[in-house]
Design a protein around this ligand. Structure first.
Ligand code: GAP
Length: 479
């Protein structure tokens, strides 16, 4: 296993090469919020596409949805998030900075009595006395309807326009008013999967077992966002809920655990030595889970949670059935039994996956007496598949030929970069740092002699250079 890079090295690369920027950086940033730059968005899109392909396209019985971020607040009451989506918090009694109590105590337990005992002689990171631990709800609140200064929740607010036609065919609109309503930004994407369980079952004529998958944003008022994009307040999740007969829970739970490991290793190319299992004990499990196994990744700050597989039993569907009054039971024809399906959940954060991929791929090494940083990304997820360069940018004949090759490759692969800045050595270093697997260089040998119509292809990992005939270039790069 290569040495794990420091957090500073990853943050610096992300900024330097346009993977991740602080959100609203020119205003001093905002804790827990990040923007993806040109390289980051390409890498993240490739990761999401790979997950969607493995999860949805390669399964006949898994269907995608894309739910709203704001749902009827009753959803979060039924799911237990209003009452139970909490973290333990302590406050520095002088600076009033707030901290995750379990993080300060360095424990996985969120039990208040246990934390009180562990923290009783402890000071805050600034050396001051701490408050007693108490629970803090992490749901982000918002109001539906415009809220003016001094308005209270009972104020009457405009919520929508509806368009009607007069008998003469003239359009007019009616503005609809209602009381301002407290709502939540979803804390997990799973919510709208549960509320759409019956819609998907019916429209797709699905029989158990079947799954519903979603990629989307979620929001959590984390007490102490930290470690760059590891713990943020606006995150993106890739989640899948697999609806099953209760009797299948053990076998299916194991299957989705295997899927997660296999995806990280085979589809993203993450070294197995950087992965390990962590089973939640009772004190650590979320309020909805009867069993939970995380895959931990070897992040710069140590082995931490990357991907969770949870047995959510019939907790969610039973509660949604109870609160909404809609029958969400399933009739199994073969056994003539009616029951509420169990759910095995697979859930991973996109940002955390990006951070794991970058950490795993990051290498500092010496090549021909020179230090280089190289991202050894799996070619299928690299932001750019290949970079094309003319050896010299002030030689029109080289540039014209290079442009020809660039257009040909761009048509085939799409994610191809044109790079004619500075000398060839610097270009290689730049492409190494962003993980481009191959650099194609058009030089004077491309234009004439025995080597006419051949190019140099330089391999990112070995730095070896090979001459390849242009007509065979696409097949060769595909290989
Ligand atoms: N639906 C289940 C669920 O949300 P979770 O363990 O709270 O479970 C699932 O979150 C995954 O989402 C985590 O394994 C992690 O990858 C990611 N995640 C959770 N909170 C996060 C945060 N504050 N910042 C970044 N990623 C987060």
């Amino acid at each position: 296993m290569a040495d794990t890079p420091t957090l500073e090295a990853i943050v610096s690369l992300c900024k330097r090469r346009g993977f991740v920027f602080q959100a609203s950086e020119i205003y001093g940033g905002l804790a827990g919020f990040y923007d993806y730059g040109p390289l980051g968005v390409e890498l993240v899109n490739n990761i999401k596409q790979e997950w969607w392909r493995a999860m949805v396209r390669e399964h006949d019985n898994i269907f995608g949805v894309d739910g709203a971020i704001i749902q009827n607040p009753k959803l979060w009451e039924a799911s237990g998030h209003v009452a139970g989506f909490t973290d333990p918090m302590v406050e520095d009694l002088v600076t009033h900075k707030r901290y995750r109590a379990d993080h300060l105590a360095n424990t996985d337990s969120t039990d208040l009595a246990e934390l009180k005992e562990l923290l009783k002689d402890m000071k805050s990171p600034d050396g001051n006395a701490l408050s007693e631990p108490r629970v803090f709800n992490m749901m982000m609140e918002t109001f539906i309807g415009p809220v003016g200064k001094g308005d209270d929740a009972a104020a009457v607010q405009f919520i929508d326009s509806s368009f009607f036609e007069t008998e003469e065919g003239k359009a007019f609109s009616v503005r609809i008013f209602e009381k301002t309503q407290l709502a939540y930004l979803r804390p997990e994407t799973a919510g709208s999967i549960f509320t759409n369980y019956d819609n998907v079952r019916e429209t797709m004529r699905a029989k158990l077992p079947f799954g519903v998958a979603q990629i989307g944003k979620a929001f959590r008022n984390e007490i102490s966002p930290r470690d760059f994009i590891f713990r943020v307040r606006e995150l993106e999740q890739m989640e899948m809920q697999y609806f099953i007969p209760p009797a299948d829970q053990e076998e299916v739970y194991q299957r989705w655990r295997d899927f997660a490991w296999d995806f990280l290793f085979n589809r993203l190319g993450i070294a197995e030595s950087n992965l390990q299992w962590h089973e939640h004990d009772e004190k650590e499990r979320a309020h909805y889970a009867a069993a939970a196994h995380d895959i931990y990744f070897n992040f710069p700050q140590g082995f931490k949670e990357l991907w969770g597989t949870h047995n959510r039993t019939d907790f969610d569907l039973s509660n949604h059935a109870r609160v909404s009054g809609k029958d969400l039971s399933y009739f199994e024809e073969s056994t003539r039994e009616r029951f509420i399906p169990y759910v095995i959940e697979s859930s991973v954060g996109v940002g955390r996956m990006l951070m794991a991929v970058l950490t795993d791929a990051y290498h500092e090494e010496e090549v021909n007496g020179e230090q280089r940083v190289v991202l050894k990304l799996k070619p299928s997820i690299a932001p750019y598949r290949v970079a094309v360069s003319p050896l010299l940018k002030n030689k029109p004949e080289l540039v014209a030929k290079a442009r020809e090759v660039y257009s040909m490759l761009k048509k085939e692969f799409g994610n191809v970069m044109w790079d004619d800045n500075s000398n060839i050595g610097k270009r290689y270093r730049r492409q190494d740092e962003i993980g481009t697997p191959y650099c194609v260089v058009i030089d004077f040998d491309t234009l004439e002699g025995d080597t006419a119509n051949t190019v140099t292809v330089r391999d990112r990992d070995t730095t070896k250079q090979t001459r390849i005939v242009i007509s065979e270039l696409i097949e060769s790069l595909k290989d």
